[in-house]
Ligand binder design. Structure first.
Ligand code: FO1
Length: 315
């Protein structure tokens, strides 16, 4: 079984490509929960929703989050009441947050809630929160430590990032389904989607049982670069990279993940870097990584999975 680690738009898009190639018995999606937060009394899980909506084909491609064909009456009314409207919740999207909050208060796990929503949305693959326990990304900046969404949305990533802290990660276990896959040694490969390495993937790596599986090299790991020609395809990744590691080209990401990754998929625009990535001990596949359509996402999924075959052959 391949598991794909995903967060944000890049992760959701590649997940959408992978599900076209591998059936639900061969692929599971593990989603970052570090962006989750309580807001307006609601439990909000942005990355789970972005992956879920994208796999269901009802995502808002323009915004990169939330639902398509959205209306904003709740937000307009909240504005009139003087409520907090910096984090925009569409009327359709709101139903997910309200029902997730109800079910969490009733004692359901995030995994069970997500599985329930996915079944209702016709998604056959398992979409798993990386953990069912609390794990929050805290952003250490030049104006102090901020909640993730405060930094990312309210302050639009303007503060300079000095570091990241994944609160409660040390006590977080993989969600039950993921823990069972690890224990049964059913995971045959890990795909790191082209999500923000620091904001979306690092919180997943912070979960001990998962990172020790990766660090023990018991399972091949293939990553798709989220950086193309020194720029993040979406989101603030290059600004954060400059602030955190001083560089923002695909090589900085290769160095950041280091030996945890066996194979890299990099964009044709970065073909010149392929030699240096190989010199660092990785197998490389150069292809078009811009997922501008589900068909392009499927093709990238095929290229990414092909690297596992090359890695097996090389063993
Ligand atoms: N991102 C924004 O930049 N502005 C928003 O108002 C906003 C609202 C929102 C509502 C629901 C949801 O699931 C995601 C939302 N996001 C918004 C995106 C969210 O901050 C990011 O998707 C992740 O946290 C980072 O990948």
């Amino acid at each position: 079984m391949i598991i794909a680690l995903a967060g944000g738009v890049g992760g959701a898009r590649l997940a959408q490509g992978l599900v076209q190639v591998l059936g639900p018995d061969k692929l599971g999606i593990v989603v970052n929960v570090g962006d989750d937060f309580e807001h307006l009394g609601l439990q909000i899980s942005p990355d789970l929703d972005t992956v879920m909506y994208t796999l269901a084909g009802i995502h808002n491609a323009k915004l990169g989050w939330g639902r398509a064909h959205e209306t904003w009456h709740f937000m307009e009314t909240l504005e009139q009441l003087g409520g907090e409207t910096w984090f925009r919740l569409g009327d359709r999207d709101l139903a997910v947050h309200v029902d997730r909050t109800r079910r969490i208060r009733a004692g359901e796990t995030l995994s069970a809630i997500t599985a329930g929503f996915c079944a209702r949305l016709g998604i056959r693959h398992s979409v798993m929160p990386a953990t069912d326990q609390r794990l929050r990304t805290r952003v250490l900046t030049d104006i102090g430590e901020l909640d993730f969404q405060d930094y990312f949305v309210r302050r639009r990533c303007e503060p300079a990032v000095r570091g990241l802290r994944f609160e409660d990660a040390q006590s977080a276990l993989p969600c039950a389904a993921l823990g069972r896959l690890i224990a049964a040694e059913r995971i045959t490969g890990i795909v790191i989607c082209p999500s923000n390495p620091w904001l979306s993937i690092a919180p997943i790596f912070a979960i001990g049982e998962l990172s020790s599986l990766i660090d023990a090299h018991r399972v091949p790991v293939v990553a798709v670069s989220p950086i193309i020609a020194g720029k993040a395809v979406k989101g603030p990744a290059s600004k954060i990279m400059h602030e955190l590691v001083g560089g923002s080209d695909a090589l900085s990401v290769v160095e950041y993940y280091g030996v945890r990754v066996d194979g890299w998929v990099i964009d044709a625009q970065d073909a010149a870097l392929a030699g240096r990535v190989e010199a660092a001990g990785h197998r490389v596949r150069v292809t078009d990584t811009i997922m501008s359509s589900p068909e392009r996402a499927r093709q990238l999924a095929v290229d990414t999975l092909a690297l596992f075959d090359e890695l097996d052959a090389a063993e």
